[in-house]
Structure formats: structure tokens, C-alpha cells
Design a protein around this ligand. Structure first.
Ligand SMILES: *[C@@H]1O[C@H](CO)[C@@H](O)[C@H](O)[C@H]1NC(C)=O
Ligand SMILES: *[C@@H]1O[C@H](CO)[C@@H](O)[C@H](O)[C@H]1NC(C)=O
Ligand SMILES: *[C@@H]1O[C@H](CO)[C@@H](O)[C@H](O)[C@H]1NC(C)=O
Ligand SMILES: *[C@@H]1O[C@H](CO)[C@@H](O)[C@H](O)[C@H]1NC(C)=O
Ligand SMILES: *[C@@H]1O[C@H](CO)[C@@H](O)[C@H](O)[C@H]1NC(C)=O
Ligand SMILES: *[C@@H]1O[C@H](CO)[C@@H](O)[C@H](O)[C@H]1NC(C)=O
Length: 617
């Protein structure tokens, strides 16, 4: 990178020989080194950082090409004693491409370091400052990470289908650091950088304190909390994960979404599937936000023109687990005890004990009791027990979708509950063959939760409505957004597309009989609204996305944090009739979990709530 010139200009280097190889020649202008597999001699570099297994050197003779990194990693524990940060050295070694997993990118590095000669010591080591405008640097380069696209191999959309049409390691594209986020970080691989104005993009990513952040550069998709939301064709390549500190200290493990961290200096390195900055020392929180979001302003008026519908994936919820009262508080205090709650991930009465129990009525009763204790509202529950261990999730847990409902407002219409193996159908009316009953065809939802369809009526006779409670196949098996397959593997996407067809067709049959039927489909679809399965679901079902109808700003459409981004796996869709009065403020995602500290988390998902008009015409 040409920007480095001023950072090394003061160094004079005597050791160059005719055979000398520069770092830029090693890193090259593509992903893979043109010198991979060869021996290199007299490589000159300033030691900028040391880690537990090697060190990083920066070229004293940078080229003018933005694509070539001017720094490189030297792997070799036994050479560590030969160098000190600030040494200008020359070194021999072998260039190699290293990765631990076929779905990761390769890291270009020098191995077998030999013949290290220290030319001078105590040289100043300056980090490259990453920010919107880097005016102090030669060429006034703008080291601004690209904000939308990850790779030129993604056909413009990191979630385009079909997935895995090519591999970075096979195409080995020339880097375009101004356009593509991965290319940008690759062009800085090995570089010592400083990030200022660091914002945490969620809680720490794992038990090691790894942390996704953004710096004080331009971003897109910023939500009101300071995080970055996944939007159409923008999954936030301008972010980076902070990895393990080089000095063996620990990163803070107490971040919350939107917290400010102290400035971070470290080296850019691809590790475990992501471009990371390995900080020279552990990260620290500088300032933190008030944890708790405001309660929803939406509440039921108990009449058909203002019923409320909540949806909440309560994450492997077992009876009497430690989160029962917290989940109940969310339902009562933050969602204002909706008329109907769509729940997902309700475990059976024995929790994760793998004993053949599939009935979840005690689990639901324990939640209903906790809700009653705070609100005085006595919810009833309805669900259909699955066949033991046939619906995915933790073995023995038998997670299922279920409804809680306020019997003073609504009740099932002509109840006729199906069993796990009864396949629900739309019959003349429209009505349901089983109420409630599961949508299934024997294959589309195998090893996954079957959508639970129900038909309801207002207790006062003023309206009826249908609901479909969803928890589609998970994204398990996805590859890293910064990985080798392009577009990345979106785990389960084909299954979810089939699930969209089947569920959407079921709903379309109701609307074919009565275009003014009120139909609400909600739950954890394990997919984003802009990706193929949910685009298809809207087309097939004829339902409308409540985020759109309720004018939720795009950057505030999230219920989950994964990797660097807030994202929306949970959705609510409703028929035209049910949404005819819906406007701004009638649908909300309530961030009781994405915003709070680890110890206050009740679930990995946030709940959502909507107010709808289900009055009969
Ligand atoms: C790098 O070179 C080695 C030795 O020639 C070769 O085995 C390896 O496949 C190369 N790596 C890549 C990613 O091309
Ligand atoms: C490293 O480079 C040297 C010098 O070119 C060569 O003799 C040696 O075989 C290489 N070692 C490996 C492991 O490739
Ligand atoms: C490190 O220094 C020792 C002692 O001078 C020397 O024997 C060894 O070869 C050096 N290691 C490297 C990688 O140059
Ligand atoms: C953070 O680390 C400390 C010390 O290891 C530990 O006691 C604490 O439980 C951790 N907190 C979180 C939220 O993981
Ligand atoms: C749960 O279901 C079992 C079996 O149907 C029934 O005997 C029991 O009374 C139910 N308990 C509650 C609290 O609904
Ligand atoms: C939950 O705890 C209460 C009080 O200890 C107990 O009465 C109830 O049976 C428990 N429910 C379940 C499902 O274990």
C-alpha cells in the first residue's frame, strides 16, 4: 500500500541485494501470493508486532500499488527471540499459503525464517490509522473500507442464490480495495493499524472476548443503537472482528451493542474465517449505553379493531428454567401482554432430558403462570406435540411452536386439534381441517418444526382470523461471509425456499376462498426478508410484510445479532384485510435482548409486536 510511505520513509536500509524480494512482491495484488511455494531471500522489513507464534514485518520500500500489502506475517516461534519490535531486519524464508479449513481464505505468510540479520534497532513503529479521511498519509489515501459488497465474486449480493458458484482460492481475483470489503482487508493483511472511535457491534462474539467493531469511518445500515443492520445487498463488509490480544492479555468480555471502546492498535490478520485485528493488548470499554429499551407503545384494546399479536423465539425454553420470569416480564412489560403470542422454541415438559416426553403443556403453564403473576392476565396455551425427536433442535428438547392467548379476547373457532401426524388442510369456509393443526407434506419440514395453523374468533363475535406460527430450518452449515465459497453458503436456503412454497400455498388457499380473510403468519423464519425464501413466501402467500406496511425504518428491522450485524430472522406477515389500517407505529421489534448485557439476556432473539384490525367486514 502506497499509504505506508511516510511510516517507513525515515528508515534507511543497507541490506538490499540483487536477489532481494520485497514484501509487496510476496503479497502481490491478488489473494494468493505469486511467490507461493518459493524460497525468498533478503526480505527487508521493520518488525511492527510480535505474537505468540511469529511476528509481522513492514516493507521499508513500499510500492505505489494500493492492492499489495506492505506487511507480512513471519511464522516461526523459534525466530521470536531474534527480533524486537522496532528492529529493521532482513530475512530469508519460504512463502506459503496457509489455512485450517477448506471454507476459509488462505493467509500468505513467510515460514522457515532463516538468516535473520538486524540492520538497526529502536526504529519508531507507527500504526496506520484507519478512518474516513487519512490526511496525514502520503498520497492522502482514503483508507475507507467499502460499505456494501464483500467480493466481486458475489454477483452483487452476498445472499444471491444459488450459493457457492466460485471460490476465491480458485479464481484468485485481482484485489479491488475500493469496491470490495474483503479485498480492502486483504490489501492490509499483516499491517499494523489503529482504529479510533471504536463502536461495539454487539456483545463479545464468543467466550474468548472476540468482538466485532466499526471505527470512525463511514458506515451504512447504522441503527439507532449504533450497530449495523443487514439490509438489501448490504451485509456490512466495513466491519472487523477484534481477535486475541498479542500480549496474552484478555479483551473485555462485558460489551453491549453500541458501547464505545478505547482506541485499538493491532495487526490485520485472517483468522478462523474472518479478517481480524489482533490487538497488541486487550480491549477496554470506554463508555456504555443505558441497557434497556423502552416498552412497546402498542397495546390491545380487546376489540377486533385493535388486537395485538406478539412473536418471540424464547430459545430452548424449558419449564421453570432461570429465564421464565424474565421472558414473562418481556411479554407483560415490553409487549403489553398481546392478545395472541406466537412462541417458538418451547421445549417439552422434561426440557432437554431425552426421555420420549414431547408434551409441552407444563412448560407453557409455567410461562403462563409467570405472566399471570405479574399482569393478572391468565393466558391459555395451545400447541401440537411433535413426534419425539423428529423436529430438529437439541435431542430430547422437542422444541415446538405454540400460542399463548388471552381468553377474554379470543378463542379457537370450532377447535379440533390435530396430532403430530395429522396433516392440516384448508377446507370450505374457509376453515381448517384441524384447529390447530400442522402444515406438513412429510418431507419439506423433515427434521424441522412444522408450521402450526390455527383459526380464531373474537369472544364478542366481531371477527375471525387465521394464524400460522413458523420456525423454519436454521442457517446451520452456513459458510463465513468472508470465506472461500462465493456467494457464501447460506445454510438451509433451499429447504427454506421449499418451506416458503408449502406454507405460502396453504395461506393462498385461505385467501383464494376469501380474499378478505385476516391471516397472520409470524415466527422465526431463519431468513432475511430480502433473500429468496421470503421473497418467494410473499409472492406465493399473498401476504404483506408488516415491516413494510408498518413503515419500520430499514435500519431498525432486526431481532438478532450474528457476526458483525443486527439482522432479522423473525418476521410478521399479514393479509391485506388484516393490514388495511396498519401504519407507522403499528409494528415494532422490541430489543430486550440485542441491546442488553450478557447477564440480562433471556433469548438470542428479540420479540416483535403488531396491532391489527381483524374485524369482519
Ligand atoms: C502453494 O504452493 C504449494 C507448493 O508448490 C502448493 O502445494 C500449494 O497448493 C500452493 N497453494 C495454493 C493455495 O495454491
Ligand atoms: C524453502 O526455500 C529453499 C530455498 O529456495 C528451498 O531450498 C527449500 O526446499 C524450501 N523449503 C520448502 C519447505 O519449501
Ligand atoms: C537467531 O539467532 C541465533 C543466534 O545468533 C541464530 O543461530 C539463528 O540462526 C537465528 N535464527 C534465525 C531464524 O535467523
Ligand atoms: C468475564 O470474565 C470474567 C473473568 O474471567 C468472568 O468472571 C465473567 O463471568 C465474564 N463475564 C461474561 C459476561 O462472560
Ligand atoms: C398436561 O397434559 C397432560 C396429558 O395430557 C395432562 O394430564 C395434564 O393435566 C396437563 N397439565 C396441564 C397443566 O395442562
Ligand atoms: C415449576 O415450579 C413450581 C413451583 O415449584 C411447581 O409447582 C411446578 O410443578 C413446576 N413446574 C414444572 C413444569 O416443573
Amino acid at each position: 500500500m502506497a499509504v505506508l510511505k511516510n511510516l517507513v520513509a525515515a528508515l534507511s536500509f543497507a541490506g538490499a541485494s540483487a536477489a532481494a524480494t520485497t514484501i509487496a512482491q510476496i503479497t502481490g495484488d491478488k489473494y494468493l501470493s505469486p511467490l507461493n511455494g518459493t524460497g525468498v531471500e533478503d526480505v527487508a522489513g521493520l518488525v511492527t508486532a510480535k505474537g505468540p507464534n511469529g511476528f509481522w514485518i513492514r516493507s521499508p520500500t513500499p510500492d505505489k500499488d494500493d492492492r499489495t500489502s506492505e506487511s507480512v506475517y513471519v511464522f516461526g516461534r523459534n525466530a521470536l527471540g531474534n527480533v524486537t519490535v522496532g528492529d529493521l531486519i532482513s530475512i530469508n524464508g519460504n512463502v506459503t499459503e496457509y489455512r485450517t479449513n477448506d471454507d476459509y481464505l488462505y493467509l500468505t505468510e513467510i515460514i522457515n525464517p532463516r538468516n535473520i540479520r538486524v540492520e538497526s534497532s529502536g526504529n519508531t513503529v507507527t500504526a496506520v490509522v484507519l478512518e474516513g479521511k487519512t490526511s496525514g498519509l502520503i498520497g492522502k489515501k482514503d483508507l475507507q473500507p467499502p460499505r456494501e459488497q464483500f467480493s466481486g465474486l458475489d454477483n452483487g449480493d452476498v445472499f444471491a442464490v444459488p450459493n457457492e458458484q466460485s471460490r476465491v482460492s480458485e479464481v484468485n481475483p485481482r484485489l479491488d480495495p475500493k469496491k470490495y470489503g474483503m479485498d480492502f482487508w486483504e490489501s492490509l493483511s499483516g499491517e499494523l493499524v489503529t482504529v479510533k472511535g471504536v463502536t461495539a457491534l454487539g456483545r463479545q462474539a464468543n467466550n474468548f472476548g472476540d468482538q466485532w467493531v466499526r471505527g470512525n469511518w463511514k458506515v451504512s445500515g447504522q441503527n439507532s443503537r449504533g450497530g449495523l443492520t443487514v439490509t438489501n445487498r448490504d451485509s456490512n463488509p466495513e466491519t472487523i472482528i477484534i481477535g486475541a490480544p498479542l500480549d496474552g492479555s484478555e479483551n473485555t468480555n462485558e460489551t453491549k451493542l453500541g458501547d464505545q471502546l478505547e482506541d485499538i492498535t493491532g495487526v490485520v490478520q485472517y483468522v478462523f474465517g474472518f479478517y481480524a485485528i489482533l490487538p497488541t493488548t486487550g480491549t477496554k470499554v470506554k463508555s456504555s449505553q443505558e441497557a434497556i429499551p423502552p416498552p412497546s407503545s402498542i397495546s390491545s384494546n380487546g376489540r377486533c379493531n385493535g388486537l395485538t399479536f406478539g412473536s418471540y423465539n424464547i430459545e430452548n425454553f424449558a419449564p421453570n428454567n432461570s429465564r421464565v420470569s424474565l421472558v414473562a416480564e418481556h411479554i407483560v412489560d415490553y409487549l403489553n401482554t398481546p392478545s395472541v403470542m406466537f412462541l417458538q422454541e418451547v421445549q417439552d415438559n422434561s426440557g432437554e432430558t431425552n426421555n420420549g416426553v414431547t408434551n409441552a403443556n407444563l412448560t407453557l403453564a409455567s410461562l403462563a403462570q409467570a405472566v399471570s403473576d405479574i399482569s393478572g392476565i391468565d393466558y391459555l396455551s395451545v400447541s401440537v406435540d411433535p413426534v419425539n425427536n423428529q423436529d430438529g433442535g437439541v435431542p430430547g428438547g422437542n422444541i415446538q411452536t405454540a400460542y399463548l392467548y388471552n381468553p377474554l379476547e379470543v378463542r379457537l373457532r370450532d377447535p379440533n386439534p390435530g396430532t403430530a401426524t395429522d396433516v392440516n388442510e384448508v377446507v370450505a369456509g374457509p376453515a381448517l381441517r384441524f384447529n390447530p393443526g400442522r402444515i406438513d407434506d412429510g418431507t419439506t419440514f423433515s427434521n424441522s418444526r412444522k408450521p402450526l395453523a390455527a383459526h380464531w374468533e373474537l369472544v364478542d363475535g366481531s371477527g375471525t382470523f387465521f394464524t400460522v406460527n413458523n420456525h423454519w430450518t436454521s442457517k446451520g452449515g452456513s459458510s463465513s461471509l468472508q470465506g472461500d465459497p462465493r456467494p457464501p453458503v447460506n445454510g438451509g436456503v433451499d429447504r427454506r425456499s421449499q418451506q416458503a412454497e408449502l406454507t405460502g400455498s396453504f395461506i393462498a388457499e385461505i385467501l383464494a376462498q376469501d380474499k378478505n380473510a385476516a391471516v397472520i403468519a409470524a415466527g422465526d423464519f431463519n431468513e432475511f426478508a430480502v433473500v429468496e425464501p421470503l421473497r418467494r413466501f410473499v409472492e406465493v402467500s399473498g401476504l404483506r410484510d408488516l415491516d413494510v406496511v408498518g413503515k419500520v425504518p430499514e435500519n431498525e428491522r432486526y431481532t438478532y445479532t450474528f457476526g458483525a450485524s443486527q439482522q432479522q430472522l423473525d418476521h410478521m406477515y399479514a393479509s391485506s384485510w388484516a393490514t388495511r389500517r396498519v401504519g407507522r407505529g403499528d409494528f415494532e421489534h422490541v430489543h430486550v435482548n440485542t441491546w442488553v448485557a450478557e447477564e440480562d439476556v433471556a433469548s438470542d432473539h428479540d420479540p416483535s409486536v403488531a396491532r391489527l384490525n381483524v374485524c369482519s367486514r
